[in-house]
Ligand binder design. Sequence first.
Ligand SMILES: Nc1ncnc2c1ncn2[C@@H]1O[C@H](COP(=O)(O)OP(=O)(O)OP(=O)(O)O)[C@@H](O)[C@H]1O
Ligand SMILES: [Mg+2]
Length: 68
Amino acid sequence: MVDDDGPGISSEDRARVLKRGARADEKAPGHGLGLAMVRDTIELYGGTMAIETSPLGGARVVLQLPGR
Ligand SMILES: Nc1ncnc2c1ncn2[C@@H]1O[C@H](COP(=O)(O)OP(=O)(O)OP(=O)(O)O)[C@@H](O)[C@H]1O
Ligand SMILES: [Mg+2]
């Protein structure tokens, strides 16, 4: 689980920002690849990834990987 205290990711944006090239804030620098790469990697290993709200006020990304 990774938490931050940034602006968070709204529930409307959560599915969209996981797609390659999708960005929620066009003013901030970035390529829109980071979250899509994490999701692709997690799915290759049969895991799941979810974006939630952090108690710190920002985004919480929950990654689950299967055990061996
Ligand atoms: N921790 C976060 N808090 C708030 N918004 C975020 C966060 N991480 C990503 N986002 C939003 O989701 C969008 C997609 O994120 P993603 O990491 O895929 O690409 P990026 O950060 O724009 O570029 P990069 O490819 O350099 O990571 C971002 O443009 C931003 O709007
Ligand atoms: Mg990023």
